[in-house]
Design a protein around this ligand. Structure first.
Ligand SMILES: Nc1nc2c(ncn2[C@@H]2O[C@H](COP(=O)(O)OP(=O)(O)O)[C@@H](O)[C@H]2O)c(=O)[nH]1
Ligand SMILES: [Mg+2]
Length: 355
């Protein structure tokens, strides 16, 4: 049975509604890859998470280097809890992708230090850290060097959550666009073995992180959410109790609103509404899904949102990350409260600021 070179699925010519379908079995790509590659058109959304345990088991059996690919725009949401336990304590090289999306003011040193502290928080020990940008146009040579040194002749497995940029990076190493990549999670369907200049590389389907916003928005809204160019910070100076609506996905309330600067890092296409705290309930119940959009398909109305309370210390600077969506950097001189409301399926984490 031959496999699709774009996504790894076994090719079949019997059922057009199933993955792997191609009208002609002697082609290289399945119909789904063909349409994704030529028309950016997703014909079949693949169920996520079903392959996770099988992929872990394959990796456990191998003597290999693992490249953990993490999206720098969504680093917290790119971490895989219990990774070393799942894969049987392998050597890990961490590769941060999509550096081009992060603010230009963030220096390389600052970024590496931030990544190191995040890995410490995750209790993840890695053998090295590399960063790439512009779909591997920047960074691929350093990555190849690091892989050659650390793999020492062993095969290399690229893994990470859906959309981290694994397949894009492997294409950069291959110096051709043979693997299908797209903004839709679930593009790579099965493990793919590839012979490259730097040895044998395996691409893998993304590990499912259920708390990522990309799994809960319509295909059209993905375009609005996932940035394609450097994020422009949007600054809000608050002096009174206020509330920020980030599209229809997140609501941030500052019920004290004392001398606090909130810098938002979300895709330009996401509207941010700032308003009085006391008016926020009414705004969300009246305008959810209209003025406040895009919305997640797991929350029919604002009553389906979950509430998270944080307290901010005097002179604290922190990032509040909404997994897969973006983050706010909060800089406050006074002690104050923050309440975040999100659809129950979406994850949030608060941590040290990256900028
Ligand atoms: N801005 C930017 N986007 C990237 C970069 N690398 C990958 N992407 C995009 O991220 C999305 C997911 O990439 P893909 O390689 O399919 O992810 P995978 O699921 O981990 O294999 C695609 O839309 C890519 O174009 C990068 O360095 N910069
Ligand atoms: Mg992929």
């Amino acid at each position: 049975m031959s496999k699709c070179v774009g996504c790894g699925v076994e090719l079949q010519n019997e059922d057009p509604k199933q993955i792997g379908y191609t009208p002609k079995l002697d082609g290289e790509y399945c119909q789904r890859c063909f349409r994704l590659r030529n028309y950016d058109d997703v014909t079949l959304l693949v169920k996520q998470g079903e392959t996770d345990s099988r992929i872990y088991e394959e990796i456990r059996k191998m003597d290999c280097l693992v490249c953990l690919v993490a999206d720098l725009f969504d680093f917290e949401g790119s971490m895989i809890p219990g990774l070393q336990r799942h894969i049987g304590n392998k050597d890990v090289l961490l590769i941060g992708t999509k550096r081009d999306l992060l603010p230009l003011t963030l220096s390389g040193n600052k970024l590496y230090n931030w990544i190191r502290s995040k890995l410490k928080e995750e209790n993840l020990y890695v053998k090295g850290i590399c960063v790439s940008a512009y779909k591997g146009k920047d960074g691929v040579d350093e990555i190849c060097d690091a892989i050659t040194t650390l793999a020492n002749g062993r095969p290399v497995v690229f893994m990470g959550v859906a959309n981290a940029g694994k397949s894009t990076l492997i294409n950069a190493i291959l110096r051709k666009e043979s693997i299908t990549t797209s903004r839709y999670p679930g593009t790579t369907i099965d493990m793919m073995k590839l012979d490259t200049e730097i040895g044998t590389i395996y691409d893998t389907p993304g590990v499912m992180r259920k708390d990522n916003v990309v799994h809960y928005v319509d295909a059209n809204d993905l375009k609005k959410i996932i940035p394609s160019k450097t994020l422009k910070p949007r600054n809000y100076q608050l002096y009174e109790p206020q509330s920020l609506a980030i599209g229809g996905v997140a609501r941030l309330d500052f019920p004290d609103g004392k001398d606090v600067t909130v810098t938002c890092y979300f895709n330009d296409a996401i509207d941010i509404h700032r308003g009085k705290h006391e008016k926020a309930d009414e705004l969300w119940s009246r305008h959810y899904g209209e003025l406040l959009k895009p919305i997640c398909n797991t929350a029919e109305s604002f009553t389906d949102f979950r509430r998270y309370d944080f307290s901010l210390a005097e002179n604290e600077k922190c990032d509040v990350m909404i997994h897969g969506f973006g983050w706010v950097c909060i800089n406050t001189t006074k002690k104050q409260r923050l309440t975040v409301y999100l659809p129950a399926s979406i994850g949030v984490s608060k941590g040290i600021s990256r900028v």
